[in-house]
Ligand binder design. Structure first.
Ligand code: F3S
Length: 402
């Protein structure tokens, strides 16, 4: 791989051990991926923040980085942790867990991270089309590539840490324009009407990922509502859960769509799914609920300000009859306090800094769960929870039913 003089110096250890180690890893990975060079990134987003997921091994890794003098050199945000960092006692989190979790966050802060603790950095950072990023949360990667037109691969958690230190990523995969062209066309013409009615965008996303597995799907003839802020959030997250895909091109919407004007789509494989295909997919991610539902859990990916406003408007006039838990970014507590208060007055629990998958819901006495996110359904089922996936409309109807 071509390395600039400055990159060589870092590799020789002239800037210190942490920098050298980070550069060594980034270059090695770049070599394996046949990258011709490194590319400057404007932002990194790190996953693997919850103590539940990274454990003592991950914590030791971070301690060593800090001791070696690591510093992030680009704007770096971090994914949800294993608990609300203020209201963790309400989540029944044990003291020893809280101590370790807070240490992880403290180290990230000392290394230079912005303590966002959310998987939706795209709502809070100003990222522009054409910017190179190193993001490690699949829903955020899909959003950055498919909605904003930024360029990032799906990085692993540790890799994003090294890239954040170096400020560069291997110039490979989705960083290269030529790799951002459709490899499969998914035509929703048979589904458009029924999707408009049933709004099964999370299931659709899971299906798209499941069928395509990799590459760059181009989605055509989709209902307009798919690109609304809450539907696209659920759709892209579900693709991330069922595949290794990092970019989906949406007709007349994704910035990359406008760059493929001369491409002859006749040479690309095409699929026209029908309703049964989408419905069948939920059997793969649900685990049947025995007995009563313990809670409705929303916020995978984290709820946006717009989602919170919509929920507040609904529950202002409707009384919830089930336990409802929402997960969102702490920033919402500041900018949307009046809406959060409406929800809390209705007995709805709102947690920040964490999410249903990386926290321990069992500690909150929750085993049987209803969600509107296919990503959450998939990961919670694999953790042994009993899960039912519904659309948000179905969830709300169920929530107020006596
Ligand atoms: Fe975000 Fe947690 Fe879902 S990190 S995408 S809410 S699994």
């Amino acid at each position: 791989m071509y390395l600039s003089k400055e990159e060589e110096k870092i590799l020789d250890g002239e800037m210190g051990e942490a920098y050298r180690l980070a550069m060594e890893v980034v270059v090695k990975v770049g070599d394996v991926l046949n990258a011709e060079k490194l590319v400057k990134i404007s932002s990194a987003h790190i996953s693997g923040v919850s103590y539940k997921n990274i454990g003592d091994e991950g914590l030791d890794f971070l301690r060593k980085l800090k001791i070696n003098g690591a510093k992030f050199t680009v704007k770096t945000t971090i994914n949800p942790a294993g608990m609300d960092i203020i209201d963790w006692k309400k989540m029944n989190v044990e003291k020893f867990f809280a101590k370790k979790q807070l240490e992880i966050i403290r180290i990230f802060k000392e290394i230079g991270a912005i303590i966002l603790l959310s998987c939706t950095p795209y709502y809070y950072l100003s990222i522009n089309k054409g910017e190179h990023l190193a993001w490690a949360e699949s829903n955020a990667v899909l959003y950055a590539n498919s909605v904003i037109g930024a360029l990032t691969n799906r990085e692993g958690g540790p890799m994003a840490i090294f890239e954040a230190i170096v400020g560069k990523a291997p110039y490979t995969g989705l960083h290269i324009k030529d790799n951002r062209v459709p490899t499969l066309v998914i035509d929703l013409k048979f589904l458009k009407k029924i999707l408009e009615k049933k709004k099964m965008y999370a299931m659709l996303g899971y299906y798209v990922g499941f069928i395509a597995k990799k590459g760059v799907p181009l989605i055509v003839n989709y209902p307009k509502e798919l690109i609304s802020s809450s539907s696209i959030r659920l759709f892209l997250a579900a693709i991330g859960a069922s595949s290794g895909i990092g970019l989906v091109i949406l007709e007349n919407f994704s910035p990359d769509f406008y760059e493929m004007k001369n491409l002859d789509l006749n040479y690309i494989e095409k699929m026209t799914p029908e309703f049964e295909d989408i419905v069948g997919i939920s059997d793969r991610i649900e685990r049947s609920i025995n007995g009563n539902v313990d809670a409705i859990v929303l916020g995978c990916p984290h709820l946006s300000m717009e989602d919170i406003k919509k929920l507040a408007a609904f529950f202002k006039y409707n009384i919830p009859r089930k336990r409802i838990i929402l997960f969102t970014a702490r920033k919402i507590d500041k900018i949307g306090r009046e809406y959060i208060n409406i929800l809390k007055r209705r007995g709805i629990e709102v947690y920040y800094d964490t999410c249903m998958v990386v926290a321990d819901l069992r500690k909150m006495n929750i085993h049987n769960i209803i969600v509107d996110s296919a990503k959450a359904a998939y990961y919670l089922s694999t953790q042994g929870y009993n899960v039912r996936l519904m659309t948000l409309e179905e969830v709300l109807e169920y929530a107020i039913k006596k």
